[in-house]
Design a binder for this molecule. Sequence first.
Ligand code: SAM
Length: 322
Amino acid sequence: MKNRADNTDMKSPHIPVLLDEVLCCFETMPAKGVFIDCTLGYGGHSKAILSKFADIELIGIDQDPEAISFSQRALADFGDRFKSVYGRFSDVLPQILNQYTVCGILADFGVSSLQLDKRDRGFSFHSNRLDMRMGPHSKLSAYDVVNRYSLQELERIFREYAEERAYKKVARAIVAARDEKPIESGKELADILGRVLYKRGKMDPATTLFQAIRMEVNDELGEIKRLLDTLEKRPPAGAVVGLITFHSLEDRIVKQRFRKWSSSCICPPGVFRCECGDDHAIGDVLNRKPLTATEEERRRNPRSRSAKLRCFHFKDTEGRDG
Ligand SMILES: C[S@@+](CC[C@H](N)C(=O)[O-])C[C@H]1O[C@@H](n2cnc3c(N)ncnc32)[C@H](O)[C@@H]1O
């Protein structure tokens, strides 16, 4: 453990997105309790939350040991107010919800800049490996997806996650290349994709395909659904939840679930008269439209361009609100 003086100049490899918006979203949460940061990363959001809300404690979860050990040092000044837990949030969250009075929950989905930029993590076009696992204990890697998935499975991920029109052509090119020899690196994969895709606009056309493989490797949509299922089964009374997404499929999942949670009537569409009792809402959506980055933040941190924050306030069961 480093001493206090060591922490002050620790430079984070990741800029937290929508920081002001996140702090604003949690202004209405109870002043005391345990805050859960499901995607601790390099502790940028957690640090700001611990600084702004002086009476809360915070538990940060991450499946990447590099992120956990960085944040343990970066947040050491908060002493016992901060704890970190290594693991997938879908595995860890249910137990924390059972154990503590939770006041707020944040998740900033996706990967950190360090994971993307470090070549040996195998996420980027320039990597000399193909890995993309956020947690080293996950069984599936990008190498497995690219070299072992069937043609149909590759087509599915490029169609569903990348919404790529040429998904068949791309999947066929991968299968043809790996028939010659296994595809070992991000560079080789980027070359194969570069030969079959046309450049549209400024973005490299392979970007969304790499992202699709990453989403498959880490079961990113499945993780979001499981997080929402956990909260639905056991809504934390009075707590505020803020979820930051970077992909339209992620945002749709969050938007639809928040809409369901705020619906008082759950009768099937088309019924003549409400028969469900009309009291099923478990809280309120705090912002109908997602919060997005300002022009200034987009310039300063291009990663913020696709970020969307949606916030939800669970009813307090003692009737103090909702
Ligand atoms: C976008 S970064 C979070 C950055 C963080 N908010 C900050 O300010 O530094 C996402 C982090 O969440 C972690 N992560 C993503 N999915 C996860 C999951 N299902 N369970 C646990 N950690 C996850 C990643 O390893 C990564 O460190």
